[in-house]
Design a binder for this molecule. Structure first.
Ligand code: FES
Ligand SMILES: [Fe+2]
Length: 371
């Protein structure tokens, strides 16, 4: 059992992992020539879409005197600050104009930059690479290039459908993540006639193995006590259904379900907005039921129910967490949560010291719990 002291919890909770891609906004929430505010890891951002449709992300603070650039004007190419009219290139953040300068003044405006972030669209979302916070010299610093490739939802055929949903949670990213990987809350939080009931709880064994920056619940036949899987087995005429679930730092849960030629996958992320607030975002892809015109709606409905149940639970939990309660993690049901904390700590340690990253799992292990 791990007992967590209040000071440990506070340090862990307030740590957010810089140097990764994070989901910032669903693509459909940003039209051409528009600006939108977003917050990632307590960094305020202004996102925009230029006249060609390309997205960009700038720090939402003018390098002159800190006015949020989101209050400014955007003509589709340059962002103009609302305070003194400085203009910045939307993609590079490079200053293009300082209206107050006379011809005698020798300010090199092209050396001034609004903070700019690598920004890409994939699978219905706008992603932003959040680098290590810049030290001194901000205002003259160019953007840092991403050190990892953009994550994607796994797909296994050329044709498929895609749907997404998100929910804000009033808890730290750590509670969001361990809530997501916790197998023991299912029968209590996610009860419904079509999923599972408390009465169907039974002992389960799952094999886990280490993967780079994370761990995998090895391919297994999904739980027999849930109706959707029974349905899938019938529909796909497949005896063998296999599910694989990966967790990878900083915040990614990938699920892949395969039944013959049919498949369903999802990439769920828990994005730190501030140290006390996170956002769960699920993007699912599938080629099951391609003829079902409202398949995406059905799926959104089902996923939406799950996420709502989690959100309600975390809202109540946040009430308790305000008073720094005592907490504990128990074997085996909370073991994935322990791995998560160890992965995070070891990752930060390796980054700080420049040393090697030690994976908390040295070999495959089998965990058991009742759910
Ligand atoms: S604060 Fe932006 S131009 Fe002065
Ligand atoms: Fe849940």
């Amino acid at each position: 059992m791990i007992e967590m002291q209040p000071h440990e919890r506070n340090t862990l909770d307030s740590l957010m992992l810089f140097g990764f891609w994070y989901r910032a906004l669903p693509s459909d929430r940003l039209a051409r020539r528009q600006l939108a505010k977003a917050m990632l890891l307590e960094v305020p951002l202004v996102l925009g879409r230029d006249i060609q449709g390309r997205v960009f992300a700038l720090q939402d603070a003018c390098p002159h005197r800190g006015m949020p650039l989101s209050y400014g004007c955007f003509d589709g190419q340059q962002v103009e600050c609302s305070y003194h009219g400085w203009k910045f290139d939307a993609h590079s953040g490079q200053c293009q104009l300082i209206p107050s300068l006379t011809s005698k003044e020798k300010v090199k405006i092209d050396r001034i930059y609004a903070g700019s972030f690598a920004c890409e669209e994939r699978d219905d979302y706008i992603w932003v690479f959040v680098p290590q916070p810049a030290a001194a010299g901000a205002g003259f610093a160019k953007r840092q290039e991403p050190s990892e490739s953009l994550p994607r939802v796994p797909t296994f055929s050329s044709k498929y459908k895609l749907a997404h949903l998100s929910a804000e949670m009033p808890v730290s990213v750590d509670h969001g993540i361990i809530g997501l990987m916790d197998p023991a809350h299912g029968p209590f939080v996610h009860q419904s006639w079509w999923w599972r009931s408390r009465a169907s709880m039974h002992e389960k064994q799952k094999a886990f193995e280490p993967i780079p920056n994370g761990f995998r619940m090895s391919a297994h036949t999904p739980s027999s006590n849930s109706a959707p899987y029974k349905l899938l087995r019938l529909y796909a005429h497949a005896e063998a259904i296999s599910t694989t679930i990966d967790f990878v730092l900083p915040n990614r849960r990938l699920e892949m379900i395969r039944a013959g030629k049919y498949w369903f996958s999802s990439l769920t992320t828990v994005t730190p907005v501030t140290r006390n607030q996170c956002r769960i975002e699920v993007v699912a892809a599938w080629n099951i039921f391609p003829w079902l015109p409202w398949g995406a709606h059905l799926l959104k409905y089902v996923f939406g129910k799950f996420v709502e149940q989690d959100r309600h639970t975390m809202m109540k939990q946040a009430e308790g967490l305000q008073h720094s309660p005592h907490m504990m993690l128990i074997d085996d049901a909370d073991r994935p949560a322990k791995w998560y904390f160890q992965l995070k700590q070891n990752y930060l340690l390796a980054r700080r010291t420049g040393g090697e990253f030690h994976h908390p799992l040295s070999a495959p292990v089998v965990l058991s719990w009742r759910s």
